[in-house]
Design a protein around this ligand. Structure first.
Ligand code: 5AD
Length: 489
């Protein structure tokens, strides 16, 4: 009765929280399973950023509670942002949920499940749903060290057996104080709180010791990291100081972060791309809108001109920089002309990747009460306009890589289990044949074919024929990659 299935909705932060919950549950003797039809406990880690995300999780929970009537011992829990946002009100729609746990209480989940199980074992009927959505001082620190990198099941495919973890998300802060007019996150994630730098560095070190090669520093607004706890030194912000310290860790080969805010993207961070070679040339920089009036209404304190300046400054440091962004189309009052401004800036920035959202009313946020909501068909049209530009950009950027050799971090088997997948420094997904021993290695890949979203190629393992490489050939592969990245820098 201890098989737990965790389903995660939403952002990487949620993925990270689910991993932490899984690690804590494993440590208590629970089994984390990958098949939702074969579990005793189901936990939905939810997202509130748009209404559709909430409706999806509610639909899932309703379906599960309906099914589980067959099995009274089954436990269903709702965790994370929607639990925080809606709390006990969820019971109006989902009276049979056993557990509702908010974003500052993930670390309590094992205790609550233990209690539920003990009660059931003792034959005590569980009358009331456990609801815990309180704030907790220091909750940003409860998430640390819960992540035990685990080899994950690789299935019976090309990799066979267990696949070691090669990349990890590391939470550096929680919450957000920016108060963007559209955004529910300050409500669901609370005030901005940073983890101590030493703790983060220690976590990265222990991940490196276990074979992790790529770290993504995670926070709602990473450029504000530590602003209340640390001072600038020689014009270097605490966030860049943190990157410098992670950069010093042997074994960590790549560093990424998400998400920065344009307001905090200062010269010290742009310059870091010129001097810290492990910092990958990929930046996710949310624009939201290219209209100065809409940016103001959104309470985003930068202009389209300043945004473009940041992009230009990064391309000046790294001409091969890859960019992605977040855009909201159809913010209340957005006119055709204002959308046209967004379209133009979107085109000018030449994004390789973008997340384009139709504005979704989030009750309790300032934008929810603004008049002049935009009809859905207008939002849909604007969405398609940007998607078309993105598709062309992405296709063009991938096609330009044909015939070149890219450094790829081999992550594991692809979806088919027959081939392997990895990503370039620019975060492009690649598919190729490889030897399982190459998982976790940086290898040169010659790009032979491309689609909008994926690159296909052949590993360039000096002196050997690709997949059947020996340990010795892996060393030579690595050294040729070092010279490759040396040449890029
Ligand atoms: N409607 C649509 N998109 C939203 N986002 C945040 N709130 C909303 C909303 N109410 C988008 C923003 C943010 C991303 C994570 O989600 O673009 O950067």
């Amino acid at each position: 009765m201890n098989r737990v299935y965790i389903k995660t909705y939403g952002c990487q932060m949620n993925e990270r929280d689910s991993e932490a919950v899984a690690a804590m549950l494993r440590a208590r003797g629970y089994r984390i399973v990958g098949d939702e039809n074969d579990c005793d406990i189901m936990l939905l880690n939810t997202c509130s950023v748009r209404d559709a995300a909430e409706q999806k999780a509610i639909g899932k929970a309703a379906h599960i509670t309906h099914q589980r009537k067959k099995n009274p011992d089954f436990v269903l829990g709702i965790l994370g942002c929607m639990a925080q946002n809606r709390g006990a009100a969820l019971l109006d729609q989902l009276p049979d949920v056993d557990l509702i746990v908010g974003t500052q209480k993930f670390h309590q989940v094992p205790d609550y499940l233990d209690n539920l199980r003990a009660a059931r074992d003792a034959g005590v009927p569980i009358g009331e749903t456990i609801i815990d959505i309180a704030e907790e001082a220091g909750s940003q620190n409860t998430i640390k060290d819960h992540l035990e990198p685990q080899a994950v099941e690789g299935g019976d495919g090309a990799a066979g057996g267990l696949v070691p973890q090669v990349n990890a998300f590391v939470s550096i802060q929680q919450g957000c104080n920016m108060d963007c007019a559209f955004c529910i996150v300050p409500k669901t994630r609370g005030d901005e709180r940073s983890r101590p730098m030493d703790d983060i560095v220690a976590e990265c070190r222990s991940l490196a010791a276990r074979g992790v090669k790529e770290i993504t520093l995670l926070g709602q607004i990473v450029t504000s990291y530590g602003r209340r706890d640390y001072t600038h030194t020689n014009g270097i912000s605490p966030f860049v100081q943190l990157i410098e310290r992670v950069h010093e860790i042997d074994g960590i080969e790549r560093i990424r972060f998400t998400s920065p805010h344009p307001r905090g993207f200062k010269e010290d961070l742009a310059a870091a791309y010129g001097r810290l070679p492990k910092l990958c040339e990929y930046v996710h920089l949310p624009m939201q809108s290219g209209s100065n009036r809409i940016l103001k209404a959104m309470n985003r304190p930068y202009s389209r001109e300043r945004y473009q300046e940041i992009v230009d400054s990064l391309r000046a440091v790294r001409p091969d920089m890859y960019f992605s962004t977040d855009i909201i189309v159809g913010f209340p009052g957005e006119t055709d002309e204002e959308f046209e401004q967004t379209r133009q800036l979107f085109e000018a920035c030449n994004y390789d990747m973008a997340y384009i959202f139709k504005y979704s009313i989030r009750s309790g946020t300032p934008a929810a009460d603004m008049g002049d909501q935009i009809p859905d068909e207008v939002k849909e049209h604007r969405n398609q306009v940007l998607l078309n530009i993105l598709r062309q950009n992405s296709e063009r950027r991938n096609a330009a890589l044909l015939g070149t050799v890219e450094e790829v971090l081999v992550e594991g088997p692809d979806k088919t289990g027959q081939r392997f997948t990895g990503r370039t420094r620019g975060n492009r997904v690649c598919i190729f044949d490889a030897n399982p021993r190459l998982i976790g290695q940086l290898v040169p890949l010659k790009i032979e074919r491309s689609s909008v979203s994926t690159l296909y190629g052949e590993l360039q393992l000096a002196g050997v024929d690709g997949p059947e490489s020996s340990a010795q050939s892996q060393t030579s592969a690595q050294s040729s990659v070092s010279s490759l990245s040396g040449a890029q820098l």
